[in-house]
Write a protein that binds this ligand. Structure first.
Ligand SMILES: Nc1ncnc2c1ncn2[C@@H]1O[C@H](COP(=O)(O)OP(=O)(O)OP(=O)(O)O)[C@@H](O)[C@H]1O
Length: 221
C-alpha cells in the first residue's frame, strides 16, 4: 500500500496538505481543476519537490526521507526528456545506469518491455526521428526498466490524438498488470480512464483528496 500522510507543500503562496491511501497493484486516476496541485503531489512523492511536513510509506516502510533514486517510484512526465543526440537504446539505458551499460538481466527485461511496447525496431534510432506516440513509449520503457513498484504518470499521453491516447492507456493498463505495478495517473479526462482505473483521487483546494472507491468505479464500468 502507498500511504500519503499529511504531506504538506507550500508552493506559489498556496499550501497543499495531502492524505490518502492506495492499495498495491491498483491504478488510481488523479483528477481536479487546473492548478489545484496534482503534479505537485506526484513531484513530492518522487522526491523532486521538498515538503514541509508529513510522511510517505510504501508497504509500511517510510520513504519520504530517501533521496529520489532510492524511492520505490518512477515517473513519466508529459515532456519525455529524451536526449536528442543519443539513440533510443542509450536513452532508455540511462534510466538505470549513468554509463548506459545494462546487466544481462536488465537486457532481458528491456527486450521484454520493448517488444511489448513495439519499439524494438527503434532502438538504434534518434529520438528526433520518432513520432509523439513512439517517443512516449520510449519514455515509458525507460521508466519500466527501472523496475520500481510505483509508476507515476503526469498526463503522459495528453499531447497524442484521442485514438493513440486510448491505445497508450490500454497498453499502460496491460503493463501495470504484467509487472504488478501500482499506478497514479493524472488526467483531465476521467471518462477516458474509466475502464482501466480502480479508483479516483479527486483533488480540491488545499490538497484535499476525495477518494472514489473501487466498488463505485466498478459499478460505472
Ligand atoms: N515550478 C513551480 N514553481 C512554483 N510554483 C509552481 C510550480 N509549478 C506549479 N506551481 C504552482 O503550484 C500550484 C499547483 O500546481 P500543479 O502544477 O501541481 O497543479 P495541477 O493540478 O497539476 O495543474 P494542471 O492540471 O494545470 O497541470 C499552482 O498554484 C502552481 O502555480
Amino acid at each position: 500500500m502507498l500511504a500519503v500522510e499529511g504531506l504538506t507543500i507550500k508552493r506559489n503562496q498556496q499550501v497543499m496538505c495531502y492524505s490518502a491511501q492506495l492499495k498495491s497493484g491498483q491504478l488510481c486516476a488523479l483528477t481536479g481543476a487546473s492548478g489545484v496541485g496534482k503534479s505537485t503531489l506526484l513531484e513530492a512523492i518522487t522526491g523532486l519537490l521538498p515538503v514541509t511536513s508529513g510522511q510517505l510509506f510504501w508497504q509500511g516502510e517510510r520513504f519520504d526521507q530517501c533521496v529520489p533514486g532510492q524511492r520505490p517510484v518512477t515517473m513519466l512526465f508529459q515532456q519525455q526528456n529524451l536526449i536528442e543526440h543519443l539513440d533510443v537504446l542509450t536513452n532508455i539505458a540511462l534510466g538505470v545506469s549513468p554509463s548506459a551499460k545494462l546487466t544481462v538481466q536488465q537486457q532481458q527485461t528491456l527486450q521484454q518491455i520493448t517488444e511489448r511496447l513495439a519499439i524494438t525496431e527503434l532502438l538504434a534510432c534518434s529520438p528526433l526521428s520518432l513520432s509523439g506516440g513512439q517517443r512516449q513509449r520510449v519514455a515509458l520503457a525507460r521508466c519500466l526498466l527501472r523496475q520500481k513498484p510505483l509508476l507515476l504518470l503526469d498526463e503522459p499521453f495528453s499531447a497524442l490524438d484521442p485514438n493513440l491516447r486510448h491505445e497508450c492507456l490500454q497498453l499502460t493498463h496491460e503493463l501495470q498488470q504484467q509487472f504488478g505495478l501500482t499506478v497514479l495517473l493524472v488526467t483531465h479526462f476521467p471518462e477516458e480512464v474509466a475502464s482501466i482505473a480502480d479508483c479516483y483521487w479527486h483533488i480540491s483546494e488545499g490538497g484535499h483528496i476525495d477518494v472514489m472507491s473501487q466498488t463505485v468505479n466498478q459499478a460505472a464500468k
